[in-house]
Design a protein around this ligand. Structure first.
Ligand code: PRP
Length: 208
């Protein structure tokens, strides 16, 4: 049995459809219920639906053999897993954003609100810029509106959340997309089924 960790939500739905078309379907997953584990004995897969930010933790500790996770979460967590493939799904950018009328004072300490403190610290370290991090868990856009921070570091997909909150992109500094990852010992001991999955993924994923 291969345990696959999927991020609950839009990305997970897309990834499940892809895996299902590749022969790893598990019809019970489409039943409307609150179950978190779905197994198909026939093709030997079991799906675990987890919080997107937890996928790499399940995989690192071997609770899942493989998983799909955004590059943002992977960079932030620094988990010890194999990153096997870019799935070219869930594409977005990591950006610095600020209120429309914001003007940077390069001499001041910048107050940065984010869900991604490690990514933000690394980015500003590369610029030699001194910052204070305000770690939030969601609705980051509120922070500069309320004066809690000067800027935010967050993912931008369509840009509509920023627009609707009168914020603008200051700079985009990282392309993000979903990655197929594996637990290091699973990759050794379940190599046959993981390699098969990987080659089916390579056939199925378009590179547009
Ligand atoms: C993410 C991100 C932005 C939004 C960007 O939030 O934090 O708020 O999506 O998408 P857009 O550019 O298409 O508007 P998410 O939906 O993950 O919710 P969260 O605020 O709870 O983190």
């Amino acid at each position: 049995m291969l345990n696959i960790a999927l991020p609950k939500g839009r990305l997970g739905d897309k990834v499940y459809r892809l895996f299902s078309e590749m022969g790893y379907d598990c019809p019970s997953i489409n039943e409307d219920n609150r179950k978190l584990v779905f197994t198909n004995e026939r093709n030997g897969v079991s799906y675990l639906l987890v919080k997107p930010s937890d996928v790499a933790i399940y995989v690192e500790h071997g609770a899942a053999d493989v998983g799909v996770v955004g590059k943002d979460v992977l960079l932030e967590g620094g988990n010890d897993v194999y990153e096997l493939m870019d799935l070219h799904l869930g594409k977005c950018r990591m950006a610095v954003a600020a209120p429309n009328d914001y003007v940077d004072d390069p001499n001041g300490i910048l107050r940065v609100a984010t869900k991604y403190p490690n990514i933000a610290k690394n980015y500003y370290r590369s610029l030699n810029r001194e910052i204070d991090i305000i770690k939030l868990n969601g609705s980051i856009e509120l922070a500069p509106i309320l004066g809690l921070s000067d800027v935010i570091v967050d993912i931008v997909e369509t840009g509509s959340t920023l627009r609707e909150n009168n914020l603008k992109v200051v700079t985009e500094f990282l392309n993000i997309s979903a990655r197929f990852i594996a637990n290091k010992s699973s990759f050794k001991f379940k190599s046959e089924i993981i390699e098969q999955m990987l080659s089916r993924l390579k056939e199925a994923v378009s590179h547009d």
